[in-house]
Ligand binder design. Sequence first.
Ligand code: EAX
Length: 333
Amino acid sequence: MKKVVLVLFIASLVLSGLFANGQKEAVNNETKVQNMVIGIVTVPGSAQYIAAEKFKNLVEKRSNGRFHFNIKHSASLGSESSIIQQVQMGTVDIAIITTGPVGNISKLANAFSLPFLFKSNEQADKVLDGPLGQEVLDSLASSGIKGLAFSENGFRNLTNNIRPVHTVADVAGLKIRTMEAPLQVKIWRMLGANPTPMAWPINTELAQGTIDGQENPLWVIDKYKIYEVQKYMSMTRHVYSSHIDMMNLATFNKLSKADQKMFVTSMREAAVYQRKQNRESNAKHMAVIVAHGMIVDNHPDIDSFRKKIQPIYEESKKSIGADFVTRLLAAVQ
Ligand code: EAX
């Protein structure tokens, strides 16, 4: 009899313990919805937005709603440079930022924005998703940022209002807006242009003629109706423009190990999804651009650009780091 009582007593303890735990879990799930802000400079439907939205959907679903993301877009948080600072401060949790301005906090990040670096999308993916990409993502930690993945803007092309650009000589003296990134300013100066760094968007400056031209991937020229304010486009593909998908490091470190893994995996999946979408939409963007009357040079004399820009690789060994740049150049041979 005593034994039976003891067994029942232990069983009730175990059961009540389980029940209590179960209740606690339920309460946690209901009350612990964590709201996070994702910052991007561009509009809904942009390359950055597609990556942000895919990540949001994946994590909200996989966490059963424990996380909720609010995408702040269309420069409502300011420029990309400013959003980076807000991620560092933790007032923005996550951001999808064009790699250009990220060079201001990580020298290594600049390396991926060198001109004529990647020969194809596949080569870019291989490097960015590999150990060199990981080094760049990890280099952001000293600035309080967790690098999650690389999505993309795409290969950049030159547009302007003054004349068709076929060889690099045609660039001479053009007032070109660049990203807020010293390396990009240096590239355009070396090519013979008169570059000015400016935050995105720049439609007013183009319309008013404060600048003659700009350079961006096809989706930007379509989505921002650059064809309304620019006449000529040259398919220079001079820089492969990736995005760094980033998060405030302290906020990332506060997540459970399982959630950290979910965030990284989901951003990588979002990046793969977005890059594919972006690449598949190029023909559609080109058709819109041509239909709006832009005069397109599909085969500019790229060799003339390459020759003129040649010194940048040696220079970048000094400014970015000889070891990293040497390994990167070897990886894209
Ligand atoms: O993503 O600043 C830039 O030129 C970017 O490519 C632009 O924000 C579009």
